[in-house]
Design a protein around this ligand. Structure first.
Ligand SMILES: [Zn+2]
Length: 260
């Protein structure tokens, strides 16, 4: 009996060892893919749970030949799912929608897009195809039309809080920062702030894509968000790891040093 159970434990440790090594290798190779700018672009959506009802959907794309990851949000309510931003490409958005349906077995109630750039809106047509409402501000709707992303319903300037079952989402436009139309999304029930591309990750060393940015006004925009949501427990930037309010102060530091 003792011998038998020892063999059992031996088998268990050996299998666990293989599993552990395998996972380490898998993680390593996906990290390498992001860091070494290799092609092709990683195409599979990754999921990160922040709280029981809030997940990050992570997609991948390239900017100036370099590979980046991009964050959007999925909020689970008792009535269905709210999605914030599409994946970076159409195929990844298709995968995102199918992933939501199979992972959470819930209907998608609506999509909010936080500004008119590829990493927020490239997959809007996948939502239209399924008759899922796509909400934005007026300015994002106008820019999206010009850039060919398709139509959005511009209700967010007037309806700044949307209710979805036992959750709600608040939209705030803090002013021109990364783009003229960048908004942030506040989840009052979970104290999560989706700051999008207005805010940089803690390890970001530059401001990223500044083609449509206003690097002078940007600092004030971040300060307005800091003042409005001082009790944010989690801050999710457009790219990179989520963190706390420190991300906003880090973004201000990057802006100050870029303006001198
Ligand atoms: Zn952007």
């Amino acid at each position: 009996m003792i011998v038998k159970s020892n063999i059992f434990y031996l088998c268990f440790y050996v299998s666990f060892g293989f599993w552990f090594v395998h996972c380490q290798t898998a993680n390593q190779s996906s990290a390498d893919l992001v860091n070494e700018n290799t092609n092709p672009i990683k195409s599979s959506i990754e999921w990160m749970k922040i709280k029981e009802t809030v997940w990050i959907h992570k997609s991948f794309g390239s900017f100036q030949g370099k590979m980046y990851e991009s964050n959007g949000l999925v909020v689970l309510t008792n009535k269905g799912v709210v999605v914030i931003d599409t994946a970076w490409t159409e195929p990844q958005t298709e995968e995102l929608i199918l992933g939501i349906q199979s992972k959470f077995q819930k209907e998608i109630l609506f999509l909010i897009v936080t500004h008119a750039h590829d990493d927020r809106m490239a997959g809007v047509s996948q939502f239209h195809k399924r008759n899922i409402p796509v909400y934005s501000t007026n300015l994002t709707a106008k820019l999206a039309k010009e850039k060919g992303y398709g139509k959005t319903n511009p209700i967010l300037d007037i309806q700044t809080r949307l209710y979805a079952g036992n959750h709600s989402v608040e939209i705030f436009f803090p002013g021109h920062g990364h783009s003229p139309d960048n908004i942030v999304v506040w989840l009052p029930e979970t104290h999560i702030l989706f700051a999008g591309c207005l805010v940089k990750a803690i390890d970001a060393t530059d401001l990223g894509n500044v083609k449509d940015a206003n690097v002078v006004e940007w600092e004030n925009a971040v300060k307005r968000v800091l003042t409005r949501y001082p009790d944010a427990e989690v801050v999710v930037p457009g790219h990179g790891n989520w963190g706390k309010l420190e991300l906003l102060r880090h973004t201000i530091r990057l802006l100050v040093s870029s303006n001198h």
